[in-house]
Write a protein that binds this ligand. Structure first.
Ligand code: PLP
Length: 341
């Protein structure tokens, strides 16, 4: 079988997770009566130090609910050019909430207040209203980079003085916390709302959550129903997420070790170079020769039984996860050296 390093979303629920799902107590969640969903929402709110959390089918929905619940159409969001919300959510911020995105290049380690200040609008009626600052941690497009906690704190405090809301896209906040040792709630304290995914490194088949203050989450609940995200006996899925939190959260450190093994192979190769230093479970890798392409590299790897993803015209992405063992990764590293030596 191929060693699949395309994404940490390719994992399949294991026997333990499937039996937790089969045994889940359920009820009608549109009536708020699914005990397993309620338990998950309380657990996530508590992990993130927020008043409330809402289970969602996807991370995109969690992010978009956070935006819709804290903005008016025409508002502006300050956001890194490479952010998931700008690039991989089908234009949802514009389509669903009428938002305008003001993008900028983030420096290594996350941006600072001084990077944001020149982008903030004065309060004139002919200007869009600056309303939300968005952070992504870890950063997918920046090779799983961790947003430094000191910078997040500084931004969170400053945003409050400006009356801006802060949303943290924490699809992989679990990885940031495990790698840095900074507790989840300390990252979350820098933002009003936080989204997290259970279907990436944690290995659940479906599901994300958005957390925040009770009033914002109440509004998000209304939008979720309006957008067709009201679910019934969905405790079956919430049980997978709870199982993932119990069993798969601490072991993310293994994924980070596996990613370092791959990065060492990339560093030995002459054809490839790391686009960002590896900090968690994602490698974004550049093709060195201008005449070479990521498509050619990904195809050569595939012929040898390693699956990677073409990221853009110069880069490819490899991601480690629960369903690739250390032996798989060691083998993939050897193949990388053979293909890209
Ligand atoms: C995966 C991901 C999301 C959510 O994506 P869905 O596919 O909608 O679950 C959001 N932000 C980041 C950074 C992600 O990697």
């Amino acid at each position: 079988m191929a060693i699949d390093l395309r994404s940490d979303t390719v994992t399949r629920p294991d026997v333990g997770m499937r039996s937790a799902m089969a045994a889940a107590e359920v009820g009608d969640d549109v009536f708020g009566e699914d005990p397993t969903v309620n338990l998950l929402q309380e657990r996530v709110a508590s992990l993130l130090g927020k008043e409330a959390a809402l289970f969602t089918p996807s991370g995109t929905m969690a992010n978009q609910l956070a935006l819709a619940s804290q903005t008016q159409p025409g508002d502006e969001v300050l956001i890194d050019r490479a952010a998931h919300i700008v690039n991989y959510e089908s234009g949802a911020g514009a389509a669903l909430s009428g938002l305008q995105f003001r993008t900028f290049d983030s420096p290594v380690g996350g941006f600072r207040v001084e990077d944001l200040r020149p982008l903030c609008r004065a309060a004139h009626y002919w200007l869009p209203r600056t309303r939300v600052v968005e952070l992504e941690n870890t950063h997918n497009g920046r090779g799983g980079e961790i947003f430094r906690i000191e910078r997040m704190r500084e931004i969170g405090e400053w945003a409050r003085t400006q009356g801006y809301r802060v949303h943290l896209d924490g699809a992989r906040l679990w990885n940031a916390s495990v790698a840095s040792g900074v507790p989840l709630h300390e990252y979350a304290a820098c933002a009003h709302t936080v989204s997290v995914c259970f279907s990436k490194g944690l290995g659940a088949p479906v599901g994300s959550a958005v957390a925040g203050d009770a009033e914002t989450i109440r509004r998000a609940h209304g939008f979720r129903k309006r957008w067709g995200g009201g679910m019934r006996q969905v405790g079956i899925l919430a049980a997978a997420a709870l199982y993932a939190l119990d069993h798969n959260l601490p072991r993310l450190a293994d994924d980070h070790r596996k990613a370092r093994l791959l990065a060492a192979a990339v560093e030995r190769s002459s054809r490839l170079a790391m686009a960002h230093p590896v900090e968690t479970n994602i490698l974004i890798i550049e093709v060195v020769d201008p005449d070479d392409t990521p498509v050619a590299v990904v195809e050569a790897l595939k012929r040898e039984g390693v699956l990677g993803a073409v990221w853009d015209d110069r880069r490819l992405r490899l991601v480690t996860h629960l369903d690739v063992s250390v032996e798989d990764v060691e083998k993939a590293a050897q193949i990388l050296i053979r293909v890209a030596g």
